[in-house]
Design a protein around this ligand. Structure first.
Ligand code: AMP
Length: 186
């Protein structure tokens, strides 16, 4: 099963997708984590990605696709995974759909976590990650609105988009996500 989690910065995608992956018994694949790891190890990809990440912009699609295909080609992903932070743009999704159908692993369901902006800002202020400073956060929101929100329509058109209310405690939100996934499996 290939599940995609989408949400604005601070929506809790990382935590929720990790938990969901554990429940489904498939790996959790976060492109943000993969990029942060590449930056830390100063690989060629990391060096190319770092300035985008530090300024809150999305890394160019061509770099992301390579990273994801490499990760999904590993043996532990043969039955799918929970994708956290990918696809994030319509071109990424279109390209990925091609790869996914060629590999008999189509996206089953896309869960979009909805949280109002003030709650997101409060959460990010508490989290303190390097790309969470005010100006960078502003840019990450702008990029989300401009590049990721159209992705929701793309998946809505495929009939696989499910919206989940992301306001509330971690457990409460997780319950909603789990129920949403279960409803698609029956
Ligand atoms: P995240 O941890 O998902 O918030 O990702 C952190 C940063 O990694 C983002 O702000 C982007 O710069 C980069 N990134 C992660 N996933 C993608 C993606 N699918 N497309 C482009 N950039 C990405």
């Amino acid at each position: 099963m290939l599940v995609v989690l989408v949400g604005p910065p601070g929506a809790g995608k990382g935590t929720q997708s990790q938990r969901l992956a554990e429940y489904l018994g498939i790996p959790h694949c976060s492109t943000g984590d993969l990029f942060r790891d590449a930056c830390q190890r100063q690989t060629e990809l990391g060096l190319q990605a770092i300035e985008y990440m530090q300024s809150g912009r999305l890394v160019p699609d061509s770099l992301v696709e390579k990273l994801v295909v490499e990760r999904l080609s590993q043996a532990d992903c043969q039955n799918g995974c929970v994708l956290d932070g990918f696809p994030r743009t319509v071109p990424q999704a279109r390209q990925f759909d091609q790869w996914a159908s060629q590999n008999y692993l189509p996206v089953s369901v896309v869960v979009a976590i909805e949280v109002d902006e003030q709650t997101l800002l409060d959460r990010l202020a508490d989290r303190g990650r390097q790309d969470d400073d005010r100006q960078v956060v502003h840019e990450r929101f702008r990029q989300y609105e401009e590049l990721t929100v159209p992705l929701l329509d793309y998946y809505r058109g495929q009939g696989i988009l499910r919206m989940v209310d992301g306001v509330g405690g971690l457990d409460e939100v997780y319950e909603r996500i789990q129920q949403t996934i279960e409803a698609t499996r029956t």
